[in-house]
Design a protein around this ligand. Structure first.
Ligand code: SAH
Length: 254
């Protein structure tokens, strides 16, 4: 029997308009869609023909293990079906695409990655923060504060890296992040932006400093999903008119 295939599709950070055309095309061809948490429900309108399987690890479905999801992809692909694995942001940024691509390759299943806009990039842009800026930051580090093996990043090295830090999954580890960056030599006055629900109507952001970020986050009531942008570029954020969002419907260019 003909083997199916798997697309690992990035759904972007929330705003459905940040979906790529390639993602829309693949969703339109999919027969089964495995949907992660943090995928905006409106995106599912692009695959009304497909069977929907929720495989989120949060609310309601905590037991969906990575192994189970992988076996599910394999089972459907072996039935000859086209499977879309829809993930928040980009599948290759804290999205386990590496493990899934390897697993599928080992089992002889064709797999294609369709990029999405990762949350950290979109969050910064919507706050008018340039993540790199000549003379200010020569690079960007996307980093997670959370590792399954309990290990922690080398915050001291990051503190002096000269790159803007974009921290994912950091909301419950603010104290550790702050303490380690300060201990590593990052000045307490370093600007920090905390951006919650980036690109969604309920997006909120809070600007402050590394030294003050615990109090700021508590006062603001920071909740997941959120990213932290830490670095001097945050002080160069251009907000106001240019940061107004266009929420008008998409118009086709002839
Ligand atoms: N693959 C995803 C990241 C998944 S890890 C991506 O590329 O964006 C989940 C973490 O991503 C959350 O804990 C949070 O730190 C971040 N995140 C995802 N969506 C977000 C959003 N809309 N706003 C802010 N942070 C978000």
């Amino acid at each position: 029997m003909k083997q199916g295939k798997v697309w690992l599709i990035g759904a972007g950070p929330g705003d459905p308009e940040l979906l790529t055309l390639k993602a829309v095309k693949a969703l339109g061809q999919a027969q089964v869609v495995l949907v992660d948490d943090l995928v905006a429900p409106q995106i599912l309108a692009y695959c009304p023909q497909a069977r929907m399987v929720k495989v989120g690890k949060r609310g309601g479905c905590r037991s969906t293990s990575q192994e189970f999801i992988q076996r599910l992809m394999l089972r459907y692909a072996r039935q000859g079906l086209c499977v879309a694995r829809l993930k928040g942001g980009d599948p290759c940024v804290f999205g386990r695409a590496g493990e899934e691509v390897r697993w599928l390759a080992e089992h002889g299943i064709a797999c294609e990655i369709v990029n999405g806009v990762t949350a950290g990039l979109a969050a910064a842009s919507l706050c008018g923060i340039p993540l790199t800026l000549r003379g200010v930051a020569r690079g960007v580090t996307l980093i997670t504060a959370h590792a399954e093996d309990g290990s922690t990043p080398d915050w001291s090295a990051l503190a002096t890296s000269g790159t803007t830090l974009v921290v994912y999954m950091g909301v419950t580890r603010l104290e550790e992040i702050r303490a380690c960056l300060l201990a590593g030599g990052m000045p307490g006055a370093t600007p920090v932006a905390m951006i919650e629900n980036a690109t969604l109507p309920q997006q909120r952001q809070c600007f402050g400093t590394l030294a003050g970020m615990i109090g700021d986050a508590a006062g603001f009531g920071l909740r997941s999903p959120a990213v932290l942008v830490i670095g001097d570029v945050v002080a160069h954020a251009v907000r106001g008119e240019s940061a107004e969002r266009d929420t008008s419907p998409i118009e086709r260019c002839a």
